[in-house]
Design a protein around this ligand. Structure first.
Ligand SMILES: Cc1cc2nc3c(=O)[nH]c(=O)nc-3n(C[C@H](O)[C@H](O)[C@H](O)COP(=O)(O)O)c2cc1C
Length: 222
């Protein structure tokens, strides 16, 4: 599957069928997880793959009573071993641990989607309880709990704020006046961009260096 498809098709589920996920598939998912970037390449992520039925149910309870977690074929507990991060990064260790494991978690979700497996990122949990269930040492930070399996749920259309309401140029608050001005790279956007430019000359003067190609295109037509 192409990356764009995996990004588009990934969605969170809250129920699973009884079909189990092969260990070979879980390995592929975790192989993708360990390709994530990590601070200083310390690769502090550790994965506890829980398939024991009673432990899965306990994890569901520890996730603020999200009992459906117990239906998953496996629950991957993603945690950071803070040892090396603390050695190199002192008070930034925990932040980096969370970030490294979040990057790994996203890879898990995308690879699962790629392989036709459903997965949900859960961070609403009682950390002490999860640590007790999976017996992680004190210097571990639990970052996410990811139930995986097969689900009958169907993806609904992604509810996302449009790009130009969350994107700024050079400084926060400096946004485009016309959504057609971004993204700008594709040829077919040029006409739309020109329309946008007419409406927002001030904006264009600020970004003229960034959008050199469009300016050249406009010159050719003049
Ligand atoms: C940090 C984080 C914590 C989340 N915690 C939970 C959770 O506890 N339970 C849950 O059902 N979904 C959880 N989610 C999934 C979000 O609810 C979901 O990603 C969001 O509603 C967007 O839907 P989508 O994943 O289908 O695109 C979490 C997602 C993230 C990134």
């Amino acid at each position: 599957m192409e990356l764009d498809k995996a990004i588009e098709q990934r969605f969170s589920v809250k129920s699973f069928t009884k079909k189990s996920v092969d260990f070979g598939v879980i390995s592929k998912i975790l192989e993708a997880a360990i390709k994530a970037p990590s601070a200083g390449n310390l690769q502090d992520w550790r994965f506890v793959v829980v398939t024991d039925d009673s432990k899965k149910l306990e994890l569901g309870k520890a996730c603020r009573d999200q009992v459906w977690v117990g239906q998953a074929s496996a629950v991957i507990v993603v945690c950071s071993d803070l040892t090396n991060l603390q050695r190199f990064y002192n008070d930034r260790a925990e932040t980096y641990g969370i970030e490294d494991c979040s990057a790994a978690t996203q890879n898990i979700l995308l690879k699962a989607t790629d392989l036709g497996v459903n997965a949900t990122w859960i961070s609403a949990f009682d950390e002490d309880e999860v640590a007790r269930i999976v017996r992680t040492p004190d210097h571990f930070k639990i970052v996410s709990v990811v139930p995986i399996g097969y689900s009958d749920e169907k993806a609904t259309e992604k509810n996302r704020n449009v790009l130009n309401t969350v994107t700024y140029f050079d400084e926060y608050g400096n946004s485009t006046m016309n959504p057609s001005a971004f993204p700008i790279v594709k040829e077919e956007n040029v006409t739309a961009v020109k329309e946008g430019i007419k409406e927002s000359k001030g904006f264009f003067s600020k970004i003229k260096d960034k959008f050199k190609d469009v300016r050249e295109e406009m010159k050719k037509e003049d």
